[in-house]
Design a protein around this ligand. Sequence first.
Ligand code: EPZ
Length: 453
Amino acid sequence: MKTAIAQISQISPKKELLQNRLVITGLEGKKPLAGTIRISGAKNAALKAMAAAVLFDGPVTLENVPDTADIHTLAEILIRLGAKVAFEKDHTFTVTIDPTTIAGTAIDAESAKTMRGSVVLTGPLLARFGRATFPAPGGCVIGARPIDLFLEGYKKMGAAVSENGQYDIEAASGLAGAEISFEKISVGATETLMMAAVLARGTTTLKNCAMEPEIVNVAEWLNSCGADIRGAGTPTIAIVGTAGKLLKPSASYVTIPDRIEAGSYLFLGALCASELVIENCRPDHLQAPIELLKKAGVPIETTADSIRIVGNDGPNTSFKAFDLKTKEYPGFATDLQAQAVVFLTQASGKSDVYESIFEGRFKYVADLARMGAAIEQTSQREVRIEGPADIHALPEGEQLNAHDIRAGFAMVMAALVATGRTALSNIHLIDRGYESIEAKLSALGAKIERVNN
Ligand code: EPZ
């Protein structure tokens, strides 16, 4: 059955969703969880494929799309621009997007505020229609998140950019190929300029690119539909533009497994599961965290598409603490930093964790300290942890919030190993990136429920 997206999505969380909380009963430092987690499609790849749909001359089909809130938000934005979007739910989503009815090129401020990642749409819109409007971004919970790299790139490709509370980007006679060397490595800027260049006149060379697997996933699909993108997954990407000729939807897009969801459950499993199989994932996309956890002593085995934690019965104190610095792929992902920190609160020894991608990603640290963790923020980008420390639920009346998608997951991990019951608020943020978190965890034996009050 196809479901119209307009019936099942929301631009900003409804009041009752904002009031939802997860109530988690702590396992008191023990590791009784066991079972299998099936990993969903990568939201950060599917979102970019949804944006790339704008480059096509007919409806495109996207498979293995996760049922997470950000996907619905971007669908709603596309609908507001005039696209037709339909969802079909089996055990995953298949999303069909018809871009031929798009009439607008301005992304509204409310949507852009809800999902900063919607800026990627400006690339395909500019490529197809010669103009795009995006509201000037403010800060967001994890940092300033400027869009200067996008704007510099567009200018190099011949577009005019004017700013007046919003950015109006215009290239009336189409974008022209250019050589763009990014001053900083950015996932979003790499993907967006890559997509913008697909319909340009001439060749665009992007240098100092991000190398995340999600970029490769989208590039390979676009190539199977007539684009000419070379080097995705390396620091230099060259795109030979079609000079305005739209892509043909000759192949469906299939979303790769979400490496961040898999990595999150890997840290959770190391912390509180005696046995865990993480299936339908790509261990080769998670080399940095797997290596660190193995060195810490976590019993991990991998196949091409699964990760297993086996015989993880001993106390967490038997794991050795490690230092960590987040980096661009293939380095340790910033999106796994908070989950690693919660793991380290229970390992033995001191750890220094340095966040090199986003400057505001330690908001959850004060909450962990309130729960009893021996953790201290030593600078804007660094925390020091000394483990193991007993973690407890907060006293009645004290509030625990998810601060962002990933810190929200990390708080669930902390609540799971704590003594007592924890109520976690602001969980619409977790829903932005994790499909059915309470169902997946309940299946492992966790006591976790969603309540509305
Ligand atoms: C993507 O964000 C992901 N989001 C993030 O995942 C992820 O944390 C991040 O990449 C890093 O891996 C999506 O894919 C939707 P960046 P993105 O541009 O593209 C600076 C999650 O939880 N920068 O690689 O926005 C920026 O401020 C989310 O799923 C500029 O200075 O990240 C940051 O310091 C959160 N100027 C650094 O680059 C620009 O024009 C890297 O950010 C653009 C970025």
